[in-house]
Write a protein that binds this ligand. Structure first.
Ligand code: UDP
Length: 142
């Protein structure tokens, strides 16, 4: 299996409930290394650009309003099969369908406020990582 990187976001509702440590701990326990991290409060322009693919969909405005409602914690996770592994740890997009023990099952408040984001392919991960970390990501040596 390939070593991949993926972009992960702890969304504003999970930051507000002080779940950053618990969520990052799940990634580390699963063998995903945190190779970059930053906390920021996105502007409407940033959130709209990040979710540009969803522009025009019925949930877009609600999604952007939510994503700018408070700070988010953004990190790059690295490890074997990181894209799929992160999505498995997060659980289904709709928290009502998320498997027990997943981040969304445990920390989501609604379909929109579903606690976490994770890239859905290595190609999108590269684009999303560059969006938040244009200066690049330093490799982990140990
Ligand atoms: N979303 C929503 N309603 C929907 C579908 C998606 O509020 O019907 C939100 C939800 O926060 C989701 C985000 O939009 O995480 C992006 O949707 P996507 O289908 O890309 O799901 P993801 O990749 O985040 O699992």
């Amino acid at each position: 299996m390939a070593i991949e990187r993926t972009l992960s976001i702890i969304k504003p509702n999970a930051v507000a409930k002080d779940a950053i440590g618990a969520i990052l701990g799940r990634f580390e326990a699963a063998g995903l290394k945190i190779v970059a991290a930053r906390m920021l409060h996105m502007s409407r322009e940033q959130a709209s650009a990040f979710y540009a693919i969803h522009q025009g969909k019925p949930f877009f405005d609600e999604l952007v309003d939510f994503m700018i409602s408070g700070p988010v914690m953004v990190q790059v996770l690295e490890g074997e099969d990181a894209v799929a592994k992160n999505r498995e740890i997060m659980g289904a997009t709709n928290p009502a369908q998320a498997a027990p023990g997943t981040i969304r099952a445990d920390f989501a408040d609604s379909f929109t406020e579903n606690a976490a984001h994770g890239s859905d392919s290595p190609e999108n991960a590269a684009v999303e990582i560059a969006f938040f970390f244009p200066e690049g990501v330093c490799p982990r040596t140990r």
